[in-house]
Unconditional design. Sequence first.
Length: 137
Amino acid sequence: MKRSSFTRVGLFRVKNIRGLILAFNDLHNEFPEWMLEIRGVTSDRSYYDECLELVSSLELTHRISILSSLSEEELYRRYASTSIYCLPSYYGEGMPTTILEAMYFGGSILSSRSGSISYLLDDGQCGMLIKPGEVKD
């Protein structure tokens, strides 16, 4: 059974994790069952700390988790149990493996129209495309 949650793998500025947290904040009261799980390593410790601080300042630590990377097996379990996979990147993505993995496990996808992602997703069918960097979209 799918949980009512969002997952994002990878914690980098160009992936717009801060924007994802802000968008989740706008929706969390309307959808109290939703959770946001952000997984992955980062080489940018200041951005990681900035994201943790934002979650704390929005008082969402009980709804948003930012944790380290997972084993491949655990990652696939997360994909299988996640309702929506998010990739709100404003970086010119090629063909993100994470989008393909999320599609394989049947979750819906929320992603920016970045690089070739719009060729992978049929907007409104298996996912939804948003303008890169747009929190309110």
